[in-house]
Design a protein around this ligand. Structure first.
Ligand SMILES: [Zn+2]
Length: 111
């Protein structure tokens, strides 16, 4: 089973199914997570849910200058630039974020 930090690169095709967001992340198959992430990117007009900067660019410096204890994260955490953030208590998706923002949210805010 895919872990929450494991994401797949978005493919070029537009997903057939439009999801009624938010959705329960734990109920999704990996390709549904990929499509849900793409839908969020589109609905957020390519802006990060967390820092509000463009998702096709790196996270801003005030984010990337924060010290991250990478021992808390699996290797390859930053391999995929855009992650699908979800609430770890309810399991409901929240939005698409930079992978670095995802690390900050987890380490500093427990999200
Ligand atoms: Zn961000």
């Amino acid at each position: 089973m895919m872990e929450w930090w494991e994401e797949w690169e978005p493919s070029e095709e537009v997903p057939d199914k439009i999801y009624d967001l938010p959705v329960d992340y734990d109920e999704l198959e990996w390709w549904e997570r990929r499509d849900v992430r793409k839908q969020y990117i589109k609905e957020q007009q390519n802006m990060c849910f967390y820092c509000d900067e463009r998702l096709d660019q790196d996270a801003p410096e005030y984010i990337t200058e924060k010290r991250i204890d990478w021992d808390l994260f699996p290797s390859g955490f930053l391999d995929h630039p855009i992650h699908l953030q979800h609430d770890h208590d309810t399991g409901m998706t929240e939005g698409a974020v930079h992978s670095y923002c995802n690390a900050v949210m987890w380490q500093y805010e427990g999200r």
